[in-house]
Design a protein around this ligand. Sequence first.
Ligand SMILES: [Zn+2]
Ligand SMILES: [Zn+2]
Ligand SMILES: [Zn+2]
Ligand SMILES: [Zn+2]
Ligand SMILES: [Zn+2]
Length: 367
Amino acid sequence: MATDPSDEEFLQAVEEHVFGRGGTVRLTLPGAAALDRQQLLDARIVRCIETRETRDRRVPGLRRAEIAERPACTDLAAHPVDPPDDPARSRTLTLVRAGSLDEIVCEGCEGGTRDCEACGGRGGRDCPRYVDCDVCEGGPDACWECDGTGTPRTRGAARAARPRPQDAAKRATCARCERPEVACPKCLGRRHLDCPVCDRSGRVPCRGCGGRERIRHTPCAGTGHFTVWTEGIIRHTPDAKEVKRLAPLVVRMPTDATGDWRETRLTSVTDKLPDDLDPAHRALLEPELAVRDGEVRRRVTVRRLPLARVTVRDDPHRVYYAFPVRSGGIDVVGLPSRQRVLHVTARASAALVLLALAAALVVALSR
Ligand SMILES: [Zn+2]
Ligand SMILES: [Zn+2]
Ligand SMILES: [Zn+2]
Ligand SMILES: [Zn+2]
Ligand SMILES: [Zn+2]
């Protein structure tokens, strides 16, 4: 593992950068530049958290043979299971507690079916075979001769004596007394009609069971049985946390590709944080590394990169950041100092206000 660049090496790198921009001062001379070392931190803690629980299972049907093929355990709490090699992977293991598997008869039905609730298991309901005619209302108006009885109250001569209303032509021949043009055109003197609901059968089948009297019992899926057992579930769930202290500015700062990050991996709770870790970062990370409830595996990746912040006495408007790069050597990024940035922004804002005023003036004049 390479060692961090020295202050001198950082200053030389910045000096070369400044020379490229026309600078002439040797930054390694006392008082020519100020250097402030800081360490960037990019740490990730991934734990594998194990939880165990039991629950009672009940599924429709006779499935003992099938469920018995699943892995079994006698004591869920003590059952040994290796956590996943990669703590970032989640995994669920379901087990059947030995001795708990059974097949039972469904108590809500008989053989998978039960009496239809809609018809009380009768398959349907009784219904009148006939209904009153809705034209003559099932009364004497059914036939002017026989009142729907089949026996005319008048004989021969009386026929002419009975008054004939204007709509006599719409009357029909009576099906009972057989006189023409006297009967209700709908029931033909019978007073009643075939029931349209049961079609004169006297019975209406139940819509719930279609007349079969029994229906399939849904909870047991019509099997009449349940398979029951106690299930143990062991879950391995990843829990990830990032702890970062990155560069103060985001412009072209060291990334994975450029910066020569130093990486240390801890996989056990007894593994030590690297010696070269900034004490402030160590204080930040240590409390995060305590063993958690249910923790069975961990992977802590601690990446750090030395960064030097350099200011040059003769060039107060810029600040330089230097850091080692993966390809070897030291990269330097020069940025306007904070005061400079604020100053430029203020000037830009003032210019925008002037532009807006000018535009308003043009609009006013063109009216
Ligand atoms: Zn059932
Ligand atoms: Zn009649
Ligand atoms: Zn009628
Ligand atoms: Zn009916
Ligand atoms: Zn029914």
